[in-house]
Design a protein. Structure first.
Length: 99
């Protein structure tokens, strides 16, 4: 529930307009980041130390991009989505658990 539903919301929001999209990204990524940080204290899994702050940072970047504080280009939302998958899952979640 803590990661599945927000992930589905993030994927679905890629097809929405910028103000709604940026608010959904900020809320869901903040939810996921806080869930990771809480989970760090509960279970002590190594990847949560990295993914929690990363999700919170991505929430800010998504909010800033959505309200044109920073500009990531016409494909900015796709760049953010790929960054979440490649860096968030591939590097920060998968690698620390394998090491």
């Amino acid at each position: 529930m803590a990661w599945g539903i927000p992930t589905l919301i993030l994927i679905g929001s890629l097809f929405l307009s910028h103000p709604v999209n940026s608010i959904l990204w900020a809320v869901t990524l903040t939810w996921m980041g806080v869930a990771c940080l809480v989970n760090t204290r509960r279970c002590g899994r190594r990847h949560c130390l990295f993914t929690g702050p990363f999700f919170l940072l991505m929430a800010m970047v998504g909010l800033f991009h959505g309200f044109n504080v920073i500009w990531l280009g016409n494909n900015g939302w796709m760049y953010l989505a790929v960054s979440l998958v490649v860096i968030g899952w591939g590097v920060l979640w998968y690698l620390p658990e394998r090491i």
